[in-house]
Ligand binder design. Structure first.
Ligand code: ACO
Length: 422
C-alpha cells in the first residue's frame, strides 16, 4: 500500500503523506492542501477529520470496541475502579495498589473547597441548571488556584490535575444540595472519594453515614464507563480551548458547557424526560416510535444513535446489566425501566433504526439507575461531567506535551455576498 495520496484538481496534482495509525483509519496529511491546490477540505461535523494524534482511547465503532490505553472497557469495568481508570487515562498506566492509594490520598487532601466558591454556588437562582453552575464553579477555580495556571509548567499542571479531580465531587455535591435548598456538607477525608461524594450529596449534617456498597459500586462503574471517549464534542472543545494556551480550569469549564447539550451529555436527562412523557401520555411505545420515525417536531429517540458506534455501544451493554442489578438490589420497581426495555426492543426490530445503524448508547439506561439512586434528573449530566473529567484532563495534558500542537483554527467555505458598496 502506498504511503502517499494524490489529489488532482485541474492541472494541479498534490501529493499528501499518510499519517499512520496503530489501529483504525490512518490519516491523510492535508496540512499543505490550501497552499498547493487553493482548496480547503469541507467536512461538516468533522465526520472524516482527525484533529489530532492521540494515544489515550481507541474506538472501533463498527465492531463496538472501546479501549483505554489498550485495555478493553469490559475488563476495566469488571476489575478496576473509577480512580484506577482515572490514573490510567492521565498517566498512561494502571496504578499499583500503592500508587492508587497515594493518588487517592492526594485527591482527598485537595478536596476541600473555599467559602468563596461555596458562596458562588449558592448565589445562583434555584432554577439555574446545575451544568451552568458547575461550569461557572470550575471556571472560578482559576481565580483562586492562581499558582496553577501555567500549562507549560509540569508541577503546576500536576497540581491543577489533582486539585480538579479532588474538588469536582465536592463541587458537584454542593451544587446538588444547593439545588435541594440544603446547606452543602464539608468533605470527610476519611472516606473514599465516591463514598464521600454520596455522603455529601445525600447525607445529613451531624449524622453518621451508612454507605451502601451496591450504590457506591454502581456509581463507581457508571463514572468509569464515562471516563473517556476520545475526540467527542466536549473533549474536542477542551482541546480547542486548551490549544490557545488557556489554563486547565478554563478549558474544562468549556468542556462542561459543550457536554450540557441534549445531543451530547444532556441526553441522559433527556432520556428520562422522554420515558416520563411516554408514561404520562398514555401512548404506547409503538406510537412513540412511529412519531420518532415520522420526525414529528424533530423528535428523536433519546439515548439512541452515536456518531461513532454503528453496531452497538459496549458501554450500553454494561449499563443495562447494572440497571437490572441496582434496581433489584435497591428494591426499586420502576415502570420507566420496563418502558425503556420495550422501547429498545421496538427500535431494534424496526428497519428505520437498523438501516441508520441506531442502537442504544451509554445514556439510554443511566438515567434509570441514577433515578433509582435518588438523583434528580437535573443532576444526571453533572454526573456525566464528573465521570468524564479524567478523560478531559488526559487529553488536555497530552496536547500540551505534544510539541507539534498549534492553535486550533478551522477554515470555512465562505458563502456570503461578494464585495459591495454602501
Ligand atoms: N432517533 C431517531 N432518528 C435518529 C436518531 C435518534 N436518536 N439519531 C439519528 N437519527 C437519524 C437522523 O434523523 C438521520 O436520519 P435521516 O438520514 O433520515 O436524515 C440519521 O439517523 C443520521 O443522523 P445524524 O443526525 O446525521 O447522525 P449524527 O451522527 O450526526 O448524530 C447523535 C449522532 C447526535 C448521537 C444522534 O444519533 C442523536 O441525536 N441521538 C439522540 C441524542 C443522544 O442520545 N445523544 C447522546 C450521544 S452519546 C453521548 O454523548 C454520550
Amino acid at each position: 500500500m502506498s504511503d502517499k495520496v494524490s489529489i488532482s484538481y485541474g492541472e494541479i496534482t498534490s501529493e499528501m503523506a499518510i499519517v499512520p495509525a496503530t489501529e483504525g483509519p490512518s490519516g491523510i496529511d492535508i496540512s499543505k492542501l490550501i497552499a498547493t491546490t487553493g482548496l480547503s477540505s469541507f467536512d461538516q461535523g468533522f465526520v472524516n477529520t482527525s484533529s489530532t494524534k492521540s494515544a489515550i482511547t481507541f474506538i472501533d465503532g463498527e465492531k463496538g470496541i472501546l479501549r483505554h490505553r489498550g485495555y478493553p472497557i469490559e475488563q476495566l469495568a469488571e476489575g478496576k475502579s473509577y480512580l484506577e481508570v482515572s490514573y490510567l487515562l492521565v498517566y498512561g498506566e494502571l496504578p499499583s495498589a500503592a500508587e492508587a492509594e497515594i493518588f487517592h490520598g492526594k485527591l482527598r487532601e485537595a478536596s476541600p473547597i473555599s467559602k468563596q466558591l461555596l458562596s458562588l454556588i449558592g448565589s445562583f437562582d434555584p432554577t439555574a441548571h446545575p451544568m451552568t453552575v458547575l461550569s461557572s464553579a470550575v471556571s472560578a477555580l482559576a481565580a483562586s488556584e492562581t499558582g496553577l495556571l501555567d500549562p507549560k509548567n509540569p508541577e503546576q499542571v500536576e497540581a491543577a490535575t489533582i486539585s480538579l479531580l479532588g474538588k469536582m465531587p465536592v463541587i458537584t455535591a454542593a451544587i446538588h444540595r444547593t439545588l435541594m435548598g440544603k446547606d452543602p456538607l464539608a468533605p470527610n477525608l476519611e472516606l473514599s472519594l465516591i463514598d464521600d461524594f454520596l455522603r455529601m450529596t445525600f447525607g445529613e449534617e451531624g449524622q453518621s453515614w451508612k454507605s451502601n456498597d451496591v450504590v457506591t459500586g454502581a456509581l463507581d462503574t457508571l463514572l468509569l464507563l464515562h471516563a473517556d471517549h476520545e475526540q467527542n464534542c466536549s473533549t474536542s472543545t477542551v482541546r480547542l480551548v486548551g490549544s490557545s494556551g488557556a489554563n486547565l480550569f478554563a478549558s474544562i469549564a468549556s468542556g462542561i458547557n459543550a457536554l450540557s447539550g441534549p445531543l451530547h451529555g444532556g441526553a441522559n436527562e433527556a432520556v428520562l424526560d422522554m420515558l416520563n412523557l411516554i408514561s404520562s401520555s398514555g401512548d404506547s411505545v409503538e406510537q412513540y416510535v412511529a412519531r420518532v420515525k415520522n420526525k414529528e417536531d424533530g423528535i428523536r429517540l433519546m439515548g439512541f444513535g452515536h456518531r461513532v458506534y454503528k453496531s452497538f455501544d459496549p458501554r450500553a451493554k454494561i449499563v443495562k446489566a447494572h440497571a437490572d442489578k441496582v434496581l433489584t438490589e435497591l428494591g426499586v420497581k420502576d415502570p420507566l425501566l420496563d418502558i425503556a426495555k420495550e422501547l429498545e426492543a421496538a427500535a431494534l426490530r424496526d428497519e428505520y433504526f437498523s438501516e441508520r445503524k441506531l442502537y442504544p448508547n451509554v445514556d439510554f439506561y443511566t438515567g434509570v439507575i441514577y433515578k433509582a439512586m435518588e438523583f434528580p434528573p437535573r443532576m444526571f449530566t453533572p454526573l456525566f461531567a464528573l465521570g468524564r473529567l479524567p478523560g478531559w484532563i488526559a487529553h488536555w495534558r497530552e496536547q500540551n506535551l505534544d510539541t507539534s500542537t498549534r492553535i486550533g483554527r478551522p477554515q470555512q467555505v465562505y458563502v456570503g455576498p461578494n464585495q459591495r458598496s454602501i
